[in-house]
Design a protein around this ligand. Sequence first.
Ligand SMILES: [Fe+2]
Ligand SMILES: [Fe+2]
Length: 303
Amino acid sequence: MAHNYSYQTALAASERIGWKVKDLIGGDKKLDFSKPFMPESLAQVKQLSFLTPEEQLTLNQIRGHEYLSMFGLVEEFILPYVVDHARPQLSGDDYRVRALLQFAGEEAKHIHLFKRFKQEFEEGFGSKCEFIGPAEDVKRFVLSHSPLGAGIAILHIEWITLRHYLEGVRESQDLDGQFKSLLKNHWLEESQHTKLDTLMVEEIVARSTAKEIDQAFQEYGEIGAFIDQGIQQQAEFDVESFAQASGRNLSKSEREQVKEAVLKGMRWTYLGTGMTHPNFLATVEAIKPEAKQQIEAMAPAFC
Ligand SMILES: [Fe+2]
Ligand SMILES: [Fe+2]
């Protein structure tokens, strides 16, 4: 396939990066609640012109809390997936074994990182934000699919984190420094995960039948629909958290507009950015060209 990814170079890059959770949050590294947490390309709150700038900021930060929670949730199933993939072959290719274990170790660290940020958020925000779950149920659902189906969904997730940073955060001047550093440092390590996940998916494809590949793309669609259901529920929670935090009495139509904006922002953040990612689509196309066309046909609903 048209890439030059290898376990050896991914491992070397990962070893050069290697940050710690305490480098990013805790002590004097605090969230600044006078600043937005999410880039506007993902938050999409400024179109709500009937909200004051302070209210837009509150909604942006609620989307930040949701982002921390959502990644905490998905990394809970990525970690066991990677461990399960590594486990049957722990000898032979030393670079492969070490790169995969490093991948798993980084995801465990990211789970911890997102939790620590959430804790800081909860201490500083002053109002409770609800989030869907529990993570155990989501993990059980995703891992009940074939390794290839779950692997393609995870590849989608790895690629979106790169896009979030490169297209929204890198050039942004006004974001909270700690949140920006979280997105940057996550991006640095996820950059290796995209490559490792591509290699893992290719390994599984090499031993799969055409029927198994068809099934895997159907499962990718099922996992996407499951995430979209969660997104619809979470959009309700975000609106409720906003009403509570801002104290604003929204009219029925204003509430609908806030919900529409949040839903659209979430669909783009978690689904559209992956379904239109050129590198994700290149891997899909190499596996099954019609699957790429199907994903492209469905993507506009999430963009
Ligand atoms: Fe991660
Ligand atoms: Fe990752």
